[in-house]
Design a protein around this ligand. Structure first.
Ligand SMILES: NC(=O)c1ccc[n+]([C@@H]2O[C@H](COP(=O)([O-])OP(=O)(O)OC[C@H]3O[C@@H](n4cnc5c(N)ncnc54)[C@H](OP(=O)(O)O)[C@@H]3O)[C@@H](O)[C@H]2O)c1
Length: 286
């Protein structure tokens, strides 16, 4: 990869499963020093064990990212154990499916906003003084393709992911003078527990035939984004066509989103190999 992460301190939120766990294992393979945060102490301990089995060091700190006190304790624990923080991966979050007319829509927006956006702001604000003191560091914020183009029935999530995108864009410009780089990752549907509870028929229509990305593929993109100082990474790359269409005109964006509901178009965009999200995660422990 050209850049060494050996002995670099990487703090990852939402590290107890899914993409966050995969990011932890990817940095562990690079011999980084890991600080793992999520609410579930038990799952964090499992991931800590997996990181150690790869020969890397890890500190797990059970943390709810929406709690300023818990996040303060997380940052203090990271600094007192490792002395610094080189990379912050803001990955913790939730996602809920449901249309605007459903009774739970407003609640879904609030809950997702709280966990995925305010949580991210909370952690960033508490880590930034450490990065400023060092005069260096990298922040990776996890958004979604939905952070640039909303799909039907995923409005609450798309609203918040657009917020993550705007927050990151703003942050990148504010901290550039402090030697701090900001990357945003925009993955398409990924094979994790995020939507496990969602009824298959209620999924956003373009997701129906989509084959999810693997959490490992997203994790590799996170490591590469930090190594190369990339501002924006869209996964899979073909999803850029959707975003380009949307940038030209919402009519084109909507046409592509509708076209993606057809399996042969999803295949053409390399977003389907025939296996759906629920079929893919059915074999996972959950
Ligand atoms: N899966 C997808 O299709 C997809 C696509 C694009 C982007 N993303 C984004 O990727 C990120 C990771 O999602 P995932 O797919 O890996 O989902 P996941 O498997 O459900 O994992 C979510 C992680 O976030 C943690 N978390 C949730 N609320 C938290 C809170 N209040 N405080 C601390 N940790 C919290 C969870 O741990 P605890 O429950 O133990 O706290 C868990 O570790 C999310 O931000 C999501 O929006 C996902």
């Amino acid at each position: 990869m050209g850049v060494s992460f050996a002995s670099r301190v990487v703090l990852i939120t939402g590290a107890s499963r899914g993409i966050g766990r995969a990011v932890a294992l990817a940095f562990a393979r690079e011999r980084a020093l890991l600080v793992l945060a999520a609410r579930s102490a038990e799952r964090l301990a499992q991931v800590e064990g997996e990181v150690r089995a790869l020969g890397a060091e890890a500190l797990s700190v059970p943390t709810d990212v929406t709690s300023p006190d818990e996040v303060r304790a997380l940052v203090n624990a990271a600094v007192s154990r490792f002395g610094r923080i080189d990379v912050l991966v803001n990955n913790a979050g939730i996602g809920k499916v449901g249309c605007v007319e459903s009774e739970t829509f407003e609640d879904n927006v609030r809950q997702t906003m709280r966990a995925s956006l305010f949580g991210m702001i909370n952690v960033t604000q508490r880590v930034l003084p450490v990065l400023r003191r060092q005069g260096s560091g990298a922040i990776v914020n996890m958004s979604s393709v939905m952070g640039r183009k909303a799909f039907a029935r995923f409005g609450s999530y798309a609203i918040v992911m657009h917020g993550v995108s705007a927050f990151s864009d703003n942050l990148r410009q504010e901290v550039a003078d402090g030697g701090i780089r900001v990357s945003v990752i925009y993955p398409a549907l990924t094979a994790t527990d995020l939507l496990r509870e969602a009824n298959e028929a209620e999924m956003p229509p373009p997701f129906r035939h989509m084959t999810p990305l693997s959490a490992d593929a997203v994790a590799r993109a996170v490591v590469a984004a930090v190594a190369k100082g990339k501002r924006r990474v869209v996964l899979p790359r073909m999803a850029n066509m959707l975003l380009l269409g949307e940038a030209l005109s919402p009519r084109i964006g909507d046409l592509i989103a509708t076209a993606l509901t057809k399996q042969r178009i999803a295949r053409l965009f390399r977003m389907s190999n025939g296996k759906t999200y629920h079929e893919t995660i059915a074999g996972y422990p959950g």
